[in-house]
Design a protein around this ligand. Sequence first.
Ligand code: ASP
Length: 322
Amino acid sequence: MSSRRRSRTLPHTPVILAHGGAGARIVTPAQLACLADALSRGYTVLRRGGHALDAVETTTRFLESSGHFNAGTGAHLQLDGVRRMDAALMEGRTLKAGAVAGIEAVRHPISAARLVMEKTAHVLLIGPHATRFARHFKLERQVANHRRSALASARRNTSREAVTATGPQRRMLRLYRQMLGEETVGAVALDRRGTLAASTSTGGIAFMLPGRAGDSPLIGCGIYADDEAGAVSMTGLGESIIRVAMAKEIADRMAMGTSPTTAARLVLEKLDRRIRKVEGFGAAGALVLAPDGRFAIRHSTPRMCAGYWAGTGQPVVADRFS
Ligand code: ASP
């Protein structure tokens, strides 16, 4: 076999990246361990020759049901005390995408997003209609919605006040944590066929008005995947990410030949220059994966719970990336 032919048939080396949100909050060892576990589950799909879309869905489902993150079982509440979640996924070969916004009482919003992609002619379903759609397909429900959320938040809470507080104080702390944002989850993957995929799933940000949706379910803002450019999953303040259409802007720069690291850096700098410096808020983190397997994890927040695995050694997870 000629070397030219061999290089055409050589499989791509699979790689997967995942995040558990960017912000200022301390990342717990339990969250890092959970992220590593989620990466190895997603990678197992890729190693067996599975599709990148299945890998990001598997990883995201694991994070959604862990209760360690602001997604699925651990998703936070909006100001009226209701948990409404957003999720999206996208595949880079066909540019097909599916998303849900404001979906309620579903254990895996990411799987609802996949059903939107595969069973409808649409990209985004919202609110009660998204919830009804998930019911129609008999997606697993979140049981004892609010009690579970309180327990998940309490488990995550390692602060000293929470340990020493009693009675009403503890209930207030618990409610406060349930209202806080950050800890959104997401993933990007490259499979052996060279197909890219990206996912996001979130309970939103702190003190959201009922009905608020962020960047996570918006294609081009919180998520993008194009085999001719790259795959991106964003986390951070949705209100600023949307205005820069960050995921698409990073992918567009990669399509022009910019590396994942530089593309992410330039677009995070743009966010900083155009929004944070003017209005005093707006920071984000990005997972970026190129069609050739090069990748970057970058953030303008103090911390980002994230990691990657390309199959050798152990999954790499950390709370900061330069
Ligand atoms: N981007 C998410 C949102 O605005 C929040 C996050 O990533 O922490 O809903």
